[in-house]
Design a binder for this molecule. Structure first.
Ligand code: SF4
Length: 453
């Protein structure tokens, strides 16, 4: 297909954003150009997420808005991609027959063919169960010139009872180490200075690549070292690890690899051992805190962020107090806090004893208030320090927006282009960001340590 515009709406996590870049790349390789105006679009893609709350309602609400567009112009192709496409399959076109293509998480490489078939034969669906071509092997339209997501594995072998990922993304499948390194090398040649390695459980990377009979072992530390050796890469991040699999060799690699940033996202989910068991998380709170101590001892200045779910079925006041206790002791730099909501298809959706909404809300507010106090204190500890900032773009009130190696959002004055590294002194602290002033040289110019060009 060639000519015309395409429009993509992404609902979801970084994995979805990464997939959307691939969808954009595929459509552009088919001759389409990006547009933000639905009236100009020949192809409209909703890239869905099954993890976020109300994902179904948002999808069917959006499809309702698209119906008049399709009625007015039957040549517009409407595509539903992503996790909900994988999960809901035929339901989508039964509820919204104006959808031309349903393409699951494993079937993206065939998107152009599906669009062509839809043109010739009517609505199409491909929700195959197995990834044959890694999304990263497809063309991409990158959203940023200096940063790129790099997928290292898809799927997950765990079975956390609240999580839909294993159902929609399948078992873990790792990408060959050489492919990952080659992609990073190519990205660096195009001016990328920061990559985020993406996997549902990134630190079991490579277990499925082992030679049969040799025992399965993670090769994540090896991967970090190999990417760190790519000439010109300045920052390496990764999400998300599972605490249970955070082995000493990864801590050592983090400490020894210059480009690996001092930030770990270390999902706690709950501080109650009873709830952790019900979630089928394989660690308990004291072990989790022990691992955290080990990471902080091994990686100087590391910032730790986390995920916490409030109101998992059966969570009592005592369970919630246990969570607050762990959050206090862990002193996270930041936490993504979620109110539990049932996801059809997960084991937890069938559990009785759902916690009343108002109880969940009250606990949630208390947790947020506690974490904000801790985040503010941790950020205050940085005031007066010099940090390296990678400029990401324009921020508030004419300021620049950037990030420290520890993944703290920083607002600072200046006009530098995205992708520029600056040295800056932290001036102020807030729960969710820092303010800073660029360091200046003898001529009064900001000290820029490098540029992606
Ligand atoms: S480890 Fe993460 S992705 Fe895997 S099932 Fe658990 S929550 Fe889901």
């Amino acid at each position: 297909m060639s000519g015309g515009g395409y429009l993509i709406r992404t609902f979801g996590c970084q994995m979805n954003e990464h997939d959307s870049e691939r969808i954009a790349g595929l459509l552009e390789s088919g001759g389409l150009v990006r547009t933000e105006d639905a009236g100009d679009a020949k192809v409209i893609v909703l890239n869905t997420c099954a993890v976020r709350e109300n994902a179904d309602n948002r999808l069917y609400g959006s499809l309702g808005h698209l119906k008049p567009i399709k009625d007015a112009n039957p040549d517009v192709r409407i595509v539903v991609a992503g996790c909900l496409a994988q999960k809901d399959r035929g339901i989508i076109q039964r509820r919204a027959p104006w959808v031309d293509v349903v393409v699951g998480t494993h079937a993206l490489p065939g998107l152009l063919d599906l669009l062509k078939q839809a043109e010739d034969d009517g609505p199409q669906m491909d929700v195959r169960e197995y990834t044959e071509v890694f999304p990263s092997a497809l063309p991409a339209r990158r959203e940023s010139r200096h940063h790129a997501w790099v997928s290292v594995s898809v799927g997950c072998d765990n079975r956390c009872t609240f999580c839909i990922v294993p159902l929609v993304r399948g078992v873990q499948r790792s990408r060959a180490l050489g492919d990952v390194v080659a992609e990073v090398q190519g990205l660096v040649r195009r001016g990328v200075v920061e990559v985020t390695l993406l996997g549902q459980n990134v630190n079991t990377y490579g277990r499925d690549l082992s030679v049969p009979g040799s025992g399965s072992r993670s090769r994540f530390a090896e991967l970090l070292r190999a990417v760190n050796d790519v000439e010109g890469i300045r920052r390496i991040r990764f999400i998300s690890p599972h605490p249970h699999d955070f082995t000493d060799d990864v801590v050592e690699a983090m400490a020894e690899c210059d480009a690996v940033c001092e930030h770990i996202h270390f999902p706690l989910q709950s501080g109650s051992d009873r709830v952790l068991r019900a979630m089928r998380r394989s660690y308990r709170s004291e072990r989790y805190l022990g691992w955290l101590d080990r990471i902080r001892a091994g990686v100087r200045g590391v910032a730790v962020t986390t995920d916490v779910i409030v109101g998992f079925p059966g969570e009592t006041d005592a369970d919630f107090e246990a969570t607050l206790d762990v959050v206090r002791r862990a002193e996270f730099d930041a936490a993504f806090t979620f109110q539990y909501s049932s996801r059809p298809g997960t084991a937890a959706a069938t559990l009785e004893d759902q916690v009343p909404k108002e109880v969940v809300q009250e606990r949630f507010d208390r947790l947020v208030e506690l974490q904000e106090r801790i985040s503010l204190q941790r950020n205050r500890d940085l005031v007066g320090r010099t940090v390296e900032i990678l400029v990401e773009g324009d921020g508030r009130k004419g300021n620049l927006r950037g990030r420290t190696r520890t993944n703290k959002l920083v607002h600072l004055p200046g006009t530098q282009a995205p992708g520029t590294f600056l040295q800056a002194r932290v001036r102020g602290a807030h729960p969710h960001h820092l303010t800073a002033d660029p360091m200046r040289d003898a001529l009064g110019l900001p000290v820029a340590t490098a540029s992606s060009g």
